[in-house]
Write a protein that binds this ligand. Structure first.
Ligand code: ZN
Length: 73
């Protein structure tokens, strides 16, 4: 779930906004599980235009580093 939330909301947003996004992301996944997925072998995919955005651990850390670098400029 951290891969989804980190792709959907910037890390420097307020912690309460990140918590709310986490609940929304989880709720969306549960909705797809209950109501059926259009994917044969998964409940959701990692395409933001189809299901949910997703970042790998390395991409997430890279994004955080970019964000940190921008703030220091
Ligand atoms: Zn999909």
């Amino acid at each position: 779930m951290s891969g989804v939330v980190s792709a959907e909301i910037p890390i420097d947003f307020d912690i309460e906004a990140i918590k709310a996004q986490s609940v929304a992301a989880r709720s969306y996944t549960i909705y797809k599980i209950i109501h059926g997925s259009k994917h044969e072998n998964a409940d959701v995919c990692d395409d933001a235009t189809c299901c949910q955005a997703w970042l790998s651990r390395d991409d997430r850390i890279s994004k955080w580093d970019e964000n940190r670098s921008r703030k220091m400029e």
